[in-house]
Each structure stands twice: as C-alpha cells, then as structure tokens.
Design a protein around this ligand. Structure first.
Ligand SMILES: [Zn+2]
Length: 232
C-alpha cells in the first residue's frame, strides 16, 4: 500500500492499482468566508483517478461539495462513502443510491479493495469518524478531525498500527500537538505522521515538535511533502 498527502486531512491511498481518496478539498469554497488557501491542491481531477471517495465528516475542508460533484461526474464508477451526515449530504448532492455507502462505527466496508473500519472520533460533527484502512497486510489509522479522547487511546483496535496519520492543529475541535503525541505514545504505531496543518494560515501548526517527540520515543516520523507517494 502507498499513499500521498493532498493537504489538510486529505490522502490518496493506492493498492493493487486501486485508489481510495479521502477528504479532498480542491475548491476555493472557503475563500467566500475569508479563509484563503496557502497551497494549491497537488493533483488535478484527471490525475486523481479514484475508485472510491470517502469523507470522514461533513465539514467543508473534508466534504467539499464542488469537489464531490466534479469527481462523481468524471468518475461514474467511483463509490462515495461516509458516516451519516456525509451520507445525507451526498444524497442532497444527488449522488445515486447505488454509489453511496454508509459507514458505521465498528463495521468494516470494502471500498476499492481496501478494508475500511470506521472508529470513534470526537468532533463538532457528531457523526464524524476516524478510519482504519487495511490492505496488503498493512494497517493505517487516519484520525480524521478529532479531539483528544480516552476512547481513542484505549481502543485496542488502534494499537500497533503500521502508520498513524493524526491531526495536530489544536483548534476547531482538533487535538493539540501535545495531545496527538500523547495519543501515539499510547497507541505505539511503527510510524506516526502529523497532518491537518499548512493549508489555512488561521488554522495551522508547526509539525516539528511532534516529529521530534515521536523520534525520541522510537516512533518513526517526518514531515510529509505533497509531491510524492510514500510506501507503507
Ligand atoms: Zn478539518
């Protein structure tokens, strides 16, 4: 399995020539609310080629209606998955029923060949989820947007992942960098990479202290770039 970071909480996972796209924010939708992007989305719609699109929750930087409509129009075989509020938003966007997949906590769904298990997240969208993605005998926990919570640090399913991708921005319902480190210290993954920073100047964080703390705890970590795939 390999993956590429596409800014904020967005990732493209690839395995066996299938692609799972998570939380793409490609438009300038939030500029109308005065929130300007600092970097461009790194791939074009043509380059994305998703077989499945998943939104972890119904906030604009994760479920961008303009992006969802464009992708569903360009890729008619792409399925679209998400928890309750996302699923309802897909319905409003007139995504056909046969392409919509409802994600529920602790129920695995297979999307584009990836096993996806939604897990608890504590966020202002009450149906928000994190996800465990499994493929090629590797497991990744993507936190989505979440506050620090005991239900995450004590979840046995999240222990000893190959990779944890975790939010660090410490604002708007997300854990701080210190809390993200406390979480990975308890979960003990092989690698932990910080995400959900660097897109909006009002809502960013310096990832380096998190990375240094992880390395000191013998958890691999580094700052991801937007221009390449990483192998897991
Ligand atoms: Zn977010």
């Amino acid at each position: 399995m390999k993956f590429r970071w596409l800014t904020q909480g967005s990732f493209l996972f690839e395995s066996n020539n299938k692609r799972l796209l998570v939380d793409p924010y490609m438009s300038d939708f939030l500029e109308t609310k005065g929130v300007k992007r600092m970097v461009k989305f790194p791939l074009s719609i043509e380059e994305l080629k998703p077989d499945a699109l998943l939104c972890t929750h119904d906030h604009l930087d994760h479920l961008d209606p303009e992006t969802v409509v464009k992708i569903s129009g360009k890729y008619p075989d792409c399925v679209l998955a998400g928890p309750e509020r996302v699923f309802n938003h897909f319905t409003q966007l007139e995504i056909s029923e046969k392409r919509r997949v409802l994600l529920q906590i602790d129920q695995t769904k297979t999307l584009a060949g990836f096993d996806v298990l939604p897990v608890f997240a504590k966020h202002s969208d009450p149906s928000a989820v994190g996800i465990i993605i499994s493929a090629d005998n590797k497991k990744v926990y993507l936190s989505g947007d979440t506050e620090f919570d005991e239900k995450i640090t004590s979840n046995q399913l999240l222990k000893k992942m190959d990779l944890v991708l975790i939010c660090i921005n410490g604002k708007l319902g997300n854990m701080t960098l210190e809390q993200a480190f406390e979480t990975v210290k308890k979960l003990r993954p092989v690698s932990a990479l910080p995400m959900h920073y660097g897109l909006f100047s009002e809502n960013t964080a310096d990832p380096l202290p998190f990375i240094k703390k992880c390395i000191a705890e013998e958890i691999k970590s580094f700052e991801m770039k937007y221009d390449k795939f990483y192998n897991i």
